[in-house]
Ligand binder design. Sequence first.
Ligand code: C5P
Length: 243
Amino acid sequence: MTALDAKNRLILALDTADTKRAEALVEATKGLVGVYKIGLEFAMAGGLPFAEKLAREGHSVFLDMKLLDISNTVAGAVLGAAALGVDYLTVHAYPQAIAAAVAARPKGLKIVAVTVLTSLSDTDLADAGYTKSAADLVARRVRSAVELGADAVVCSPQEAGLAKQSGLSVICPGVRLADDAAGDQKRIATPQMALTAGADMVVVGRPINAAPDPAEAARIYVKAIQEGIAHAAARKPASARPH
Ligand code: C5P
């Protein structure tokens, strides 16, 4: 595996309300990051035109809107996102929302089903009225995502192995190097562990954005991803390894 392969597995979350800051982060990490993610914080502060501009410039863009609404509204939002030219759009992994998004999905847009937020523990889920553990709920929602035709799922690295068995692409936030602060994330693991467990891509925000040198932090994450890829390949039976 080359550095390019590892780089393309790193999604940088541009979590900021400041377009100038986002521009600086993109400039600093150019060539080091495969995909830029725009989420709710930036969307409220100019992130959508920024997403459109990034896409126009040829960047791969992940619009993390975590849509959950009635089907008609989800379908309309999917068309709006597609018009921005982005590559990925997230919806919460509720069957109705996935089905509406998949039905409206134009060619070229990947619908990504977010299973259970990585900031939620089993206790948080119980507080919200769920009787299943995070792992069980992820498993159920991954099954829905497969049945309804989503392109990828988001889960924590702790469920990456079970999600990978679905055959869908697996995208993991909640990724931290050993010395990084967890912040509000609860179901976390290192990039090496995420890749080894089955993640295809990892999402990293604060550990890179808030680093004194975001470019250096991105390089360190790419190296850790590379180690995870190598470890995952070494664990595969020889017959399953690429020649
Ligand atoms: O700063 P940090 O690395 O924790 O950022 C993680 C990013 O991934 C945030 O933009 C967050 O919204 C997003 N995300 C997540 N958990 C999910 C889905 C998306 O943390 N299940």
